[in-house]
Design a protein around this ligand. Structure first.
Ligand SMILES: [Zn+2]
Length: 175
């Protein structure tokens, strides 16, 4: 779906698509909520810069309100709960998002994602791009690792055959 978008400075740029985007919006009191933005336009020439239109939100007619105090702006629901928090950065308000969702991964998730390494190796200083690996929880154990390392002892074989009738002795694999 191609078309054009007119920006505040009256320049016109091309748009290439439209869809729904989910952002993890962080509020000023530290809550994180998933915000679904519909009718989001994909405008490649904007690069990584995303614009949020208050007029578009207002036009939904769902009772959202906009408030600002100094370097912060907020969008509230009709029931006055904060949905979006914007902080002034230069000339623009930047929507605060929970970006570092990787930090929220548990130790177990990291352990699995990295192929079940031993806690000896799963340390931040062993990975140049992972500076915030969680610490090993106390008494931590990985069920998969324990199971895969377990060894079975084979029973000693019986040399003298003690059964003389059919089905008197049945062999079965229990593990
Ligand atoms: Zn494991």
């Amino acid at each position: 779906m191609k078309g054009t978008v007119r920006l505040g400075d009256n320049s016109v740029i091309e748009k290439c698509g439209r869809g729904t985007v989910v952002i993890l919006a962080k509020t000023s009191i530290g809550h994180v909520s998933s915000v679904y933005l519909e009718r989001v336009l994909w405008v490649p020439s904007l690069g990584s810069c995303s614009l949020l239109s208050w007029r578009a939100i207002d036009s939904l007619g769902k009772g959202f309100s906009l408030a600002s105090s100094g370097k912060d702006m907020y969008i509230f629901r009709e029931n006055k709960t904060e949905v979006i928090w914007g902080k002034l950065d230069g000339y623009d308000y930047v929507v605060q998002q929970e970006k570092e969702s990787a930090r929220k991964m548990t130790y177990q998730q990291w352990h699995e994602a990295l192929g079940h390494p031993s806690p000896v190796y799963l340390k931040s200083n062993n990975y140049s791009d992972a500076t915030n690996l969680p610490k090993v929880p106390k008494d931590w154990q990985c069920e998969t690792c324990i199971t895969s390392k377990s060894t079975k002892r084979k029973p000693t074989s019986i040399t003298d055959i003690r059964s003389d009738r059919l089905f008197e002795l049945i062999h079965s694999q229990l593990s």
